[in-house]
Design a protein around this ligand. Structure first.
Ligand SMILES: [Zn+2]
Ligand SMILES: [Zn+2]
Length: 147
């Protein structure tokens, strides 16, 4: 025979079961909140990283622009008097003008820059200019790469 007491025990048992299930739900929610908090933190770190990266990119762009300006200012300095960019090997004559060695024949007797009065008696390699041409070439590659 089922007594009031048994009935009560049953109710208590059911309530305990219910509380236990609700505790589990609460634990799950706590865990989810913690995960959310963690992902929020890592997101703000990523945003911070992104800001840093974009700052660096701005700096890089600025420096690239400076290098491009420098490159553009150097190009006119490395022209052969015959109207093209100097190419290696470069020669310099006593008046101080530079020519490509390949253009040597064009100025064997006189310098096209010096009114043609000066007789050329010597030509020298201008290795410094060879190096400068190399550097300007590297600058051009860099400028094209960052376009
Ligand atoms: Zn030349
Ligand atoms: Zn000259």
């Amino acid at each position: 025979m089922r007594s009031k007491c048994d009935e009560l025990r049953g109710t208590i048992f059911n309530n305990k079961e219910d509380i236990y299930k609700k505790d589990q739900v609460i634990d799950k929610i706590k865990k989810d909140m913690k995960d959310l908090e963690n992902s929020k933190q890592s997101s703000s770190k990523e945003i911070e990283d992104l800001k840093n990266t974009s700052g660096k990119l701005e700096m890089f762009k600025k420096k690239s622009k400076n290098l491009e300006d420098l490159y553009k200012s150097m190009v006119p300095q490395i022209q052969c008097p015959f109207g093209h960019p100097l190419h290696n090997p470069v020669t310099v004559i006593p008046c101080g003008h530079n020519y490509c060695l390949g253009c040597k024949k064009g100025y064997q007797k006189e310098c096209s820059q010096c009114s043609g009065k000066l007789k050329i008696e010597a030509i020298y390699r201008n290795e410094l200019m060879d190096d400068i041409i190399g550097i300007v070439g590297s600058m051009r590659q860099f400028v094209e790469l960052t376009k």
